[in-house]
Ligand binder design. Structure first.
Ligand SMILES: [Fe+2]
Ligand SMILES: [Fe+2]
Length: 290
């Protein structure tokens, strides 16, 4: 897994995920369980929430002063928006309704915790402008690695060729996002004990899994069960071991703690069964661009 990051290379290669060769008519040919569709919808909403997190990041001193920040944030938000749109298009192609106003509902329905987070972030960034970005960067690294691992699991569990194509291409971008956040967090945590302390405290106090706040706890639990097997699988360890390599975050166990505390376990096998029986014909791999 390559996690080196070069802003010039990233900007040169950035852009919307290429779906020009996707045969959308193929989407309904391969059945998905209601539980699988629920997980796809969760990520459609989560990806579309990036826009709101951008606001917090843009308020940091680093966004104005550091040459890598502004270009990265512009390209990152653009790419994430197209991840959301890719999942929305997939859902529509499958025949699932996608409410055009879902973004507004998501924002207005965000939890009280999410609103307090916004105010708290503004206050902390004012008090410790130099060390606060380390927390943002570590937080971003956790969420990006979570989505990266989640999409690997999603394609594995759904066995849907078009969804697999989407996930593969989106994952390439998620890995680049992770590299940015990880390297920024690493550099900032390495040079400041205060940043390490603040980041650990804030994560322990306020961190919740990606998508929480914009979707209900039940949706978060479903995604963590369907994709990660909750406390019964090893996918969560893949995320946590990456984060534990960051200075001061050797303790990181918040995802496993979350599934433990909330009793999130491996789902029944029926969640993965194809509701209309096994696929009766294999797709032409070229037609889905894999
Ligand atoms: Fe994304
Ligand atoms: Fe991302």
């Amino acid at each position: 897994m390559d996690i080196t990051f070069d802003i010039e290379r990233f900007m040169e290669g950035s852009g919307r995920v290429d779906l020009t060769d996707v045969v959308w008519e193929d989407v309904p040919r391969y059945p998905l369980t209601p539980e699988a569709l629920r997980a796809v919808r969760f990520f459609m909403i989560t990806e579309s929430a990036t826009f709101y997190y951008l606001r917090g990041l843009m308020k940091t001193k680093a966004a104005m002063e550091e040459p890598e920040f502004a270009p990265f944030l512009c390209a990152w938000a653009y790419e994430e928006e197209f991840h959301g749109r890719a999942f929305a298009k997939f859902m529509q192609a499958y025949g699932e309704p996608v409410d055009a106003g879902y973004r507004g509902k998501m924002f207005n329905g965000r939890t009280a915790g999410e609103r307090i987070d916004e105010l708290g972030q503004a206050a902390i960034s004012f008090v410790i402008p130099d060390d606060w970005p380390a927390t943002h960067m570590a937080w971003g690294a956790i969420q990006e690695m979570t989505t990266y691992v989640a999409y690997g699991q999603l394609m594995d569990r759904c066995k849907h060729p078009v969804l697999e194509l989407l996930c593969r291409r989106i994952m390439k971008q998620e890995l680049k996002h992770f590299s940015f956040y990880y390297q920024q967090a690493n550099k900032r945590l390495e040079r400041s004990r205060v940043a390490q302390h603040v980041t650990s405290r804030v994560l322990k106090l306020a961190w919740t899994p990606v998508g929480d706040g914009m979707s209900s706890k039940a949706e978060v639990a479903h995604a963590l069960s369907f994709l990660f097997d909750g406390a019964d699988g090893d996918a969560i360890e893949q995320v946590e071991k990456r984060i534990r390599a960051l200075p001061g975050l050797e303790w990181f166990n918040l995802l496993s703690q979350y599934v433990e505390v909330n009793g999130i376990r491996r789902p029944p096998a029926s969640f993965f069964a194809h509701p209309r029986g096994a696929r009766d014909e294999e797709p032409d791999r070229a037609s889905v661009g894999v």
